[in-house]
Write a protein that binds this ligand. Sequence first.
Ligand code: ADP
Ligand code: NA
Length: 330
Amino acid sequence: MTKPRLYSGMQPTNDSLHVGNYIGALVQWRKMQEEYDAFFSVVDLHAISVPQDPKELREKTRRTAAQYIAAGIEPEKSTLYVQSHVPAHAQLAWVLGSITGFGEANRMTQFKDKSSRYGSDATNVALFTYPILMASDILLYQTDAVPVGDDQRQHVELTRTLAERFNSRFGETFVVPEATIPADSARIYDLQEPTSKMSKSGESPQGILWLFDEPKAMQKKIMRAVTDNDGIVAFDREAKPGVSNLMAIYSSLTGATPTQVTAEFDGRGYGDFKKAVAEAVIAELEPVRARALELLDDPAELDRLLAVNAARATEVADATLADVYEKVGF
Ligand code: ADP
Ligand code: NA
């Protein structure tokens, strides 16, 4: 039996991913690549929907790919590639644009959030059509499952609508994908503002744990994480967001349940608990950082891996695109 298909990706918007991306995306992807025929993309086409410096974009793209591999996405098992290396993404997006209503696209809440941040003169049209490109990314691979964060749920809904619409107008063409949203425990918050999601664009330098942080820096950030005064290691996102966030990090890296963590640190205070969290984070991420640096040290080998994987992605994507072109009358 063939494995079901999975597609996911991240934008190369930073030099480093953070612990939220690691626990909320990369760890899930690493597990899922066993049961799925998985495609993982570094979505550089999406990245230019906001201003980018070309030299930096190229560097961030390679660093993001290196972090995927370092986190355990295997380029021989999964297809790990850079979106712009596969022209079919942009080609299918154009066709999908022709079956998307303007009002329908206009209802996407992420565009509203982002464009209001930039203002209408600084907002480009690619930011508006972004969800159509995302639909193309997913549908090209006849994807069954799309692991994404909650903020992308509406875009996957649009993708499903477009797949169904195309299928009913032109005949069965696309698999209609399902979003798989990670558990709440895989959502990581800022260490300094534990009610805001840890984010690449976050504003507190001490609140974000970067995968490229040195162990010492990680240790320091965790020891200084915001908690509360009651000294009890218990999971309660509402009343104890800081402690709960550290517990979520610790649980997801060690496999201990929140109840076990509470028992383990009963009567020991936050100092001990934070030390254990820092140890677990460093034990997990130091090898990831080292491996990513090693990959970046050998650009020719990284380029070779990405080229082989892009060729594999192109083969699947081009087959879908040829079918679509035929059906629309090209
Ligand atoms: P960011 O908000 O840091 O820019 P993205 O929106 O690019 O991150 O998300 C990339 C992937 O990482 C998505 O799968 C998203 O769900 C996941 N992710 C991002 N931030 C977090 C977080 N704080 N906790 C868990 N998962 C996250
Ligand atoms: Na984001």
